[in-house]
Design a protein around this ligand. Sequence first.
Ligand SMILES: [Fe+2]
Length: 168
Amino acid sequence: MNYLNIDQNKVKPVVNQLNILLADYHLYYQNLRTFHWNILGKNFFELHQKFENLYNDARTKIDDVAERILTLKYHPISKASQYLEISNIKEEEISLDDAKMITSILENHKQILSQMGNVMQAASKIEDEGTMDMMGSFINELEKESWMLNAWSHNTDEELMLSEMPIQ
Ligand SMILES: [Fe+2]
């Protein structure tokens, strides 16, 4: 039965982009575990826990993305070898210091946000509102997380703009 209110023949480009996002999330997840295990120094307790929170969140999102693909009536890609082939994200090294780990995570976020943009674009073409809604909330959360990690990095040459009073 076609339970979807979208044209079944047109969902493939959306599924393709979702599979790339799924691959990105797997690589991101594994990078977070790498950092969780290998973090050293004065920020150990804080970041060890932070990375765990982030990979637990990523695990939930992995399942959400895969199940969206199933809802669109496709099998999600599930082989690690294929994730490595199609992901925008590269595997991270174990030897980074804490600041470089945060920078690396922020770069992963940028790649994931860009891929979410690709999903959004494909979904909007066929008015796949379920996928668009999911991407909207993921984007919102990931941008907020990026702001906090960026604040942690405390990049002093980067200043926020002052808000102006809106014109009535
Ligand atoms: Fe652990």
